[in-house]
Design a protein around this ligand. Structure first.
Ligand code: C2E
Ligand code: MG
Ligand code: MG
Ligand code: MG
Length: 289
């Protein structure tokens, strides 16, 4: 209890030895979870053909009493190392299911097709994970096919147990998305073995994809990868989402390369649930640019 906030600030300043700082951060995360300091923001996932919102990704934030909104980049790695990601991820999953069920009840499936929380590999190794997902769906009355779990390639590569878990989720009707695709150890056999429904092209292939001048080898490579991923997904019957779209030129280019769905600041920023509700309530099924 006397792990005060000052200690957190010292850790953030990088002035402590990593091990003890690490223990403190783990304790602070636990306290934050108990104190209800985590929030979820939702980012629209948008049709590039007609700008309709086809889903939302749930992204966690830490509303720290002194530091303000803390990015997941600054605490998810620690939560993974300390194991706190298991209860934190369970909270994100349940809160996303609750919110998605509320939106579905209020606005119907034409307005909200699916909601997608991120899931860490640690959660996939938690023996309760499949039960937790089933309970979250049942407790809030969310149909399984409205839930997409976003996983990274490195998470799904990890052997028999994870593979069984993923197939159980797939059999329940939950859809699985391969996040940040192209950045990990992507392999064709992985894509074939994994019961994926969606491939999310990583932002690093979207950055600069609109540029023809200067006509660098890197720019060509990005376009080639983006096109190849779209074609591969198509051949395997997977949907695609292009991540990190920041301008209309990127959206146009990605459409020409075979993408029908995108996500990014240009299409809609991550926002609190109430903002999404306003968009739905206003009948603006189209995301604000
Ligand atoms: P991600 O799952 O790939 O999520 C997309 C990230 O890109 C989000 O960052 C989002 O805000 C950001 N983004 C979206 N569009 C744009 C854009 O146009 N430009 C730029 N520059 N960025 C864009 P965020 O929210 O900071 O999350 C970072 C990462 O943290 C996520 O990457 C995900 O891997 C992880 N994360 C977030 N929430 C959770 C969670 O609840 N559980 C777990 N395990 N990981 C999470
Ligand atoms: Mg994600
Ligand atoms: Mg992603
Ligand atoms: Mg990413």
């Amino acid at each position: 209890k006397e792990r005060g906030r000052g200690n957190w600030v010292r850790y953030a300043g990088g002035m402590e030895r990593p091990a003890s700082a690490h223990a403190r951060l783990g304790g602070d995360l636990r306290r934050a979870l108990d104190a209800g300091e985590f929030r979820i923001v939702y980012q629209p996932i948008v049709s590039l053909d007609d700008s309709r919102i086809v889903g939302v990704e749930a992204l966690v934030r830490w509303e720290h009493p002194e530091r303000g909104m803390v990015s997941p980049i600054d605490f998810i790695p620690a939560a993974e190392r300390t194991g706190l990601i298991v209860p934190l991820g369970r909270w994100v999953l349940r809160e996303t299911c609750r919110q998605a069920a509320a939106w579905l009840a209020e606005f119907g499936p034409d307005v909200l097709d699916k909601a997608a929380p991120n899931v860490s590999v640690r959660q996939l190794h938690d023996p309760d994970f499949v039960n937790d997902v089933a309970a979250a769906l049942a407790d809030f009355g969310l149909p399984a096919n409205r839930l997409v779990l976003e996983l990274t390639e490195s998470a799904v590569l990890r052997g028999q147990h994870v593979s069984r878990v993923l197939h159980e989720l797939h059999d329940m009707g939950v859809r699985l998305a391969l996040d940040d695709f192209g950045t990990g150890e992507s392999s064709l056999s992985l894509l074939r073995a994994f019961p994926a429904a969606i491939v999310k092209l990583d932002k690093s292939f979207v950055d600069g994809i609109e540029l023809d001048e200067p006509d660098t080898p890197e720019a060509h490579a990005r376009q080639a990868v983006a096109r190849a991923v779209a074609q591969l997904a198509d051949a395997l019957g997977l949907d695609t989402v292009a991540e990190g779209i920041e301008n209309q030129e990127q959206a146009d280019r990605l459409r020409r390369l075979g993408y029908h769905v995108g996500q990014g600041y240009h299409l809609g920023r991550p926002m609190p649930a109430e903002k999404i509700t306003e968009i739905f309530a206003a009948g603006r099924v189209k995301a604000a640019a």
